[in-house]
Design a protein around this ligand. Sequence first.
Ligand SMILES: [Zn+2]
Length: 406
Amino acid sequence: MFDVDVNVKARMLTQSSAAMTSPRTAHLAKSADAPPASPGPAPKRGLSYPLHEQLPAVGAAIEVAPGVFWLRMGLPFALNHINLWLLRDRLPHPTQLGAWQDGWTAVDCGVDNPATRQAWLQVEQEVLQGLPILRVLVTHMHPDHMGLAHWLCERWQAPLWMSTSEYQSAMLACSGLSNFGGDPTVQFFAAHGWNRPEDLAVVKSRVGYYTGMVPQVPGAYVRLMAGAQVRIGERNWQCIAGYGHSPEHMALYEAQGALLISGDMLLPSISTNVSVYAMEPEGNPLQHFLDSLDRMQHLPDETLVLPSHGRPFRGAVTRIAQLRQHHAERLDELVQACSQQDLSAHDVLPLIFKRALDVHQTTFAMGEAVAHLNLLWLSGQLLRQRGADGIYRFRRSQSSARPMGD
Ligand SMILES: [Zn+2]
């Protein structure tokens, strides 16, 4: 539920990814400025990028609003960067009653590898102004966000702030219970039509993926909950829960300054990965994701969105409309295709993904395909039947009522 994340994004950034090896190039700006992938009526207003082509160098920061700093760290994927945020903070001193301590809250961490540790050490020298990190807040458990949380928390004796589902999922994934490989994942994919033995052997052997980038999870945390207010320095941030991408993602909205730290729930130029996994095979993450967008629909136009990938932008409502349209078109194509013949998730991959996929890419593509099909099945637009060969296939329903069972 993590690799999928970055690699689907990587797929969608294919054209610009080769040019993005240097964070200081303007190529990312070009990719983010590209027209939205979704065809159809143009939105009334496009997105705007108030920082233009500026990107923070590794180990350096750009102040995007008073006390809000943008960091950019490398990732070992085709999607080669993640944005992190440093917020000026002030908390009661832990040992001196009545005194205050100035410092920072770090939002998200990067993966645990030597390059990212080195980048953080550079940030310590060049950005932190001699002040400590007082807490580490993580939007969700995916390794590009969670990887170095244990190291930062330990280094600064800072608590981890996170939602409970994300924290517990990270703990489980860290202990080897993940959805990324092994027998349950093989069985899940096979039941959805992907049954090439040599491919599935690769999937079966894929263990240790999460722990390779998140070797540890801090032993304790402070719970973030939907709707809660978190005071960070001079600003009050409201937690906005998001579902469908990860178990209980927390975005942060600061009304007075019109800032949204959107995490992976709202990205300017790529669409958030939404996948079904073996652990919850009848899940409906795409519906959850679309419902979650409702919670960001009310944001004022001037809101500066600080996403985990791509550049800060304005135009959240436009972006949400684009994403809705993108998914509506995919869903419509699938309904049409399933009215011609019964199709499995593996059968529809070429419809959703227009280029050849290798085994690694197929793992995330399958999750996304099942997410689209499950939405249509659970809303009664498609019927699902398991064949004698053990494979689920979907067919257009003539009625709108949800069938009982398969
Ligand atoms: Zn993610």
